[in-house]
Design a protein around this ligand. Structure first.
Ligand code: UDP
Length: 311
């Protein structure tokens, strides 16, 4: 198949391109490089099945494709809040453009949605039928509400134009190729620990998250894209939940760092807990994450060591 991956030079996108190429598909990687990086796809450039396009999905594009993975959107709070209007546009104009492309080519389209659609959840763990607790006017709204309206557009194109759509809600994911300056917790803590700098825990570190290793997420994305009769939304994430303070201590242990933990102010609207209920993915896709947190963290630390050595 010829498969379009928007955001293909990003953290998740580059792993997805790599796996699709291994599966012998033709892959078109589209990116505007706002948060994606050429370094992530450099090793794929020799493949004759791989094509790269510099493009921003907020502008229409017309190419022949069989499947579309729409991953194009900054996903780290630091970056999606840098130009919030643009973040909304990626999710409204960008998603509409991708849906129009799917409509013309009759391609199957998968939208990368997010656990952020649940906001600061009052139901725990979060199941797909929970409608969420989202601040519509806060600093995270450009992403949260953007991704919510992207889901709405997907469902409306499905009902109105019978498009073959798929929605996955991705929970916190980590692994090699996260940007070093991404601003997210795993990359921040690892870089700080490896450089011997203070580990910046926000708030008291009692907020929780559940972290999924990248290879598990990729197998979930492929399973969903290739499932029949399932539009979703389907949660993809690892249900093993712990506090941010525990994560900080784990990373200090695994790196053998002498860094000390420091407590900084908690960002506004920071969700206090988050854990996916993945029964739907287990039942409908036979999917279950398998990588233990310590193994995943070790691999990611190894990656960041290499990157820091290059500087
Ligand atoms: N966080 C932290 N220190 C950091 C970066 C993040 O304590 O240097 C916290 C952040 O406040 C949040 C959690 O870690 O509670 C996860 O943040 P991240 O930005 O990785 O993703 P989110 O799940 O908030 O989108």
């Amino acid at each position: 198949m010829r498969i379009l991956v928007t955001g293909g030079a990003g953290f998740i996108g580059s792993h997805l391109c790599e796996t699709l190429l291994k599966d012998r598909h033709e892959v078109i990687c589209l990116d505007n490089y706002f948060t994606g990086s050429k370094r992530n796809i450099y090793h794929l450039l020799d493949s004759h099945n791989f094509e790269v396009l510099r493009h921003d999905i907020i502008n229409p594009i017309d190419i022949e494709v069989d499947q579309i993975y729409n991953l194009a959107c900054p996903a780290s709070p630091v970056f999606y809040q840098f130009n919030p209007v643009r973040t909304v546009q990626a999710n409204v104009l960008g998603v509409t453009n991708m849906l129009e492309l799917a409509k013309r080519t009759r391609a199957r389209i998968l939208q990368a949605s997010t656990s952020e659609v649940y906001g600061d959840p009052q139901v725990h763990p979060q199941k797909e039928d929970y409608w969420g607790n989202v601040n519509p006017i806060g600093v995270r709204s450009c992403y949260d509400e953007g991704k919510r309206v992207a889901e709405t557009l997907m469902m409306d194109y499905y009902r109105q134009h019978q498009l073959d759509i798929k929605i996955v809600r991705i929970f916190n994911t980590y692994g090699p190729r996260m940007a070093i300056n991404d601003g997210r917790v795993v990359s921040n803590f690892m870089v700080q620990a490896l450089k011997g700098e203070e580990i910046t825990v926000y708030g008291k570190g009692q907020q929780t998250r559940s972290f999924c290793y990248i290879s598990d997420l990729i197998s979930g994305l492929l399973a969903m894209m290739n499932a029949e009769q399932l539009t979703g939304p389907v949660n993809l994430g690892n249900p093993s939940e712990f506090t941010i303070l525990t994560l900080a201590r784990k990373i200090i242990d695994l790196t053998g760092s002498k860094s000390k933990i420091t407590f900084n102010p908690l960002p506004f609207d920071d969700p206090s807990k988050r854990q996916p209920d993945i029964s739907l993915a287990k039942n409908k896709l036979g999917w279950n994450p398998t990588v233990e947190i310590d193994d995943g963290l070790e691999k990611t630390i190894h990656y960041f060591k290499q990157v820091l050595d290059e500087f």
